[in-house]
Design a protein around this ligand. Sequence first.
Ligand SMILES: Cc1cc2nc3c(=O)[nH]c(=O)nc-3n(C[C@H](O)[C@H](O)[C@H](O)COP(=O)(O)OP(=O)(O)OC[C@H]3O[C@@H](n4cnc5c(N)ncnc54)[C@H](O)[C@@H]3O)c2cc1C
Length: 406
Amino acid sequence: MLRNYDVVIVGAGMVGASLACALAPSGLRIAIIEAVSLKSDYQPSYDDRGLTLSPSSKRILKHIGVWENISSAISPIKKIHVSEQGRFGFTHLNASETNIKELGYVVIARVLGEALHEKMLSLKNISLICPAELKSFKRNNKIMTLEISNLGYSESITTGLLVAADGSQSLVRSLADIRINKYDFGQTAIVANVTTQKPNQSTAYERFTHHGPVAFLPIGKNRSVLIFTIATKDKNRYMSMADSQFIDGVETEFGRRLGKLEKIGQRRSYPIMFIEAVEQYQQQLILLGNAAHSIHPNSAQGFNLGLRDVAGLAECIFEAIEKGLNVDDISILEKYVSLRLSDQKRVIQFTNRLASSFYNKNPLLIPARNLAMLLLDTLPIVKKTFIQQAMGIAGLQPRIVRGQHA
Ligand SMILES: Cc1cc2nc3c(=O)[nH]c(=O)nc-3n(C[C@H](O)[C@H](O)[C@H](O)COP(=O)(O)OP(=O)(O)OC[C@H]3O[C@@H](n4cnc5c(N)ncnc54)[C@H](O)[C@@H]3O)c2cc1C
């Protein structure tokens, strides 16, 4: 007999798993299909990357009951220091200048993955189908049938709503013939955990260099996550360097703000692409997270934005259920996009502008960049807008982000 669900989510990465947890209180029958075991070392969403979570993400993760399980492993960000190599402009953002205690939080992606996994397993109306892969789907008279490969066996399941949370190379998106805008920054991020001679004092550093941004995110007193961006053509060279040589390279770009880099863990590399789906929804189908928009990690916004999209979609589905609508009603997806589009556009524009302005070697742009950083540092209104943007609370946000129930 065909298994039937109200909602099927493809991809139990950070975004898909968060949506399953957010929707669970509705009582809908939810299935979540994931290709790679959530405990595997090769799980693409849950590796040893340090993730910056904004205060908006904290509210959402609290609301879905996951924050408590990660709070002991989280490091707060109290200050952000942004600078550009060889230029006078720099800026400090300080939590004490705002009414909040922390500007953000750092958590290792694997820790967040374990908490989301545990939460999903505790919820009776979520069926985690893993390891299993979506292969194809078809729509016929409001019945959406999915073909999945489950431990080598083919199986068909049906659903009212298909959510594609299957990442930047989304199969659902290509099967649905949804076009994308794509831009290769020609950049690769190398990520590793580092021990520094000086304590980081809960400060996140971002320094724009001629290679691209270098960031240090605090994860312990003397421990930070390093995100070192380089041109993709240099990736193999940087990945195969001895630790001492790599550390020298990082210190040349970043300086000794944190003293000597004493130890460095395993390096992992991530190609950086901008991908944006031209349409986010079709009848009974919605793209979420990286499947909808993959952005440059320079401002640590990708997952934070995806999580606000999760809160927005959950809000629209709960509202529809209250009105007696079915989850396959297209008005839910129309409402979702109208609620979320301005935030998505703002974040995409911000990260793309940041990337192109700092990669641009045009000397005419340099004074403008310095001025922008100086303005940011001296004008309270510019600074407040920037902080609100980074915290994920600018503009109209879903109710959960505003501290209300979905
Ligand atoms: C170096 C780097 C640093 C970053 N730092 C930050 C940060 O500090 N803060 C932040 O907010 N964001 C950050 N991001 C962005 C963040 O990682 C992404 O926004 C986030 O991972 C997107 O999650 P996702 O669930 O949409 O996609 P993914 O993480 O790609 O998950 C997709 C899942 O779908 C599964 N899947 C794919 N195809 C199928 C299929 N056919 N069937 C079944 N399952 C399938 C995959 O196995 C995977 O588990 C960073 C990104 C990079 C590269």
